[in-house]
Design a protein around this ligand. Structure first.
Ligand SMILES: NC(=O)c1ccc[n+]([C@@H]2O[C@H](COP(=O)([O-])OP(=O)(O)OC[C@H]3O[C@@H](n4cnc5c(N)ncnc54)[C@H](OP(=O)(O)O)[C@@H]3O)[C@@H](O)[C@H]2O)c1
Length: 240
């Protein structure tokens, strides 16, 4: 069975681990989208340099790419994300708020919409996975844009799963738990006056509590291969 995986944010972190998981499998072709290419020489990887904060451009690019791919299973993994500006409400800046909301929420919504249009009439299994966060369910002071965008993404997945199940699609919103990536490094560099939980997040790293991205990638891939076992929202893959 041939699988096509469209993966955003493939260049590092969890996305890179997901990429490596799928490139190690037979008959899986990965289409990676980030601002930076990896330039790996692997026959099953095609990469595009895309900035998902630039919404006007991405719809055309993605529609063209989707329409040229033929497989038996199609996965769209909306993984690219940003923690956003870490500051309390009142100190936020419009450009940073827009960038976080575009990347974390509007781009996955737009890609999902284009993916559904491209594959609605195409036979095969069609799965959409949005990377959510515990921050979708619990407020974290200093993360207003991140928490809001992930909460919105979660609800989008729930609605889209209802809309699309009758047409052979499944849509998931999956929170990976705390994973050892550059996003966590960026969190640890926030200013203490803007981020009351700074010491707690530094502690997760120093006490070895961050998950290995390779393990999380394997758990996520299990969900996508067994969609019937899972609801639209999976709040923490570590509980599998
Ligand atoms: N790490 C955690 O503890 C954790 C916890 C909960 C949820 N998550 C979620 O898991 C996902 C992956 O996070 P991560 O920790 O792996 O983050 P990361 O290490 O910061 O990697 C983010 C990825 O997104 C891409 N990206 C960032 N901005 C982009 C843009 N404007 N356009 C296109 N691509 C962009 C980056 O590539 P380029 O820089 O090359 O563009 C990179 O490949 C995110 O959605 C995040 O919210 C992570």
């Amino acid at each position: 069975m041939k699988t096509a995986v469209f993966l955003t944010g493939h260049s590092r972190g969890l996305g890179r681990a997901i990429l490596e998981h799928y490139l190690a499998q037979d008959k899986v072709e990965v289409f990676g989208f980030s601002r930076n290419k990896l330039h790996l020489s692997h026959s099953n990887l095609q990469e595009w340099e895309v900035d998902f904060t630039d919404l006007a451009k991405i719809e055309t690019i993605m529609t063209t790419i989707f329409s040229g791919v033929k497989a038996d299973r199609y996965f769209l993994i909306n993984n690219a994300g940003w923690i956003g500006e870490i500051k309390p409400v009142g100190k936020l800046n419009l450009q940073e708020m827009q960038a976080a909301l575009h990347l974390n929420l509007l781009a996955p919504m737009l890609l999902t919409n284009s993916f559904v249009n491209a594959f609605r009439e195409v036979p095969g299994q069609k799965i959409i996975c949005n990377l959510s966060s515990g921050a979708a369910y619990a407020p974290v002071s200093g993360w207003a844009s991140y928490c809001s965008s992930k909460a919105g993404l979660d609800m989008f997945a729930r609605v889209a799963d209802e809309d699309l199940r009758p047409f052979g699609f499944r849509v998931f919103s999956i929170a990976p738990g705390k994973v050892d990536t550059e996003m966590q490094a960026e969190i640890r560099e926030a200013k203490a006056e803007d981020f009351p939980a700074l010491e707690r997040f530094q502690g997760y790293f120093h006490q070895g509590e961050l998950a290995d991205s390779k393990i999380v990638a394997t758990q996520l891939a299990y969900i996508l291969s067994h969609p019937e076992e899972f609801p639209a929202v999976v709040q923490d893959v570590r509980r599998l």
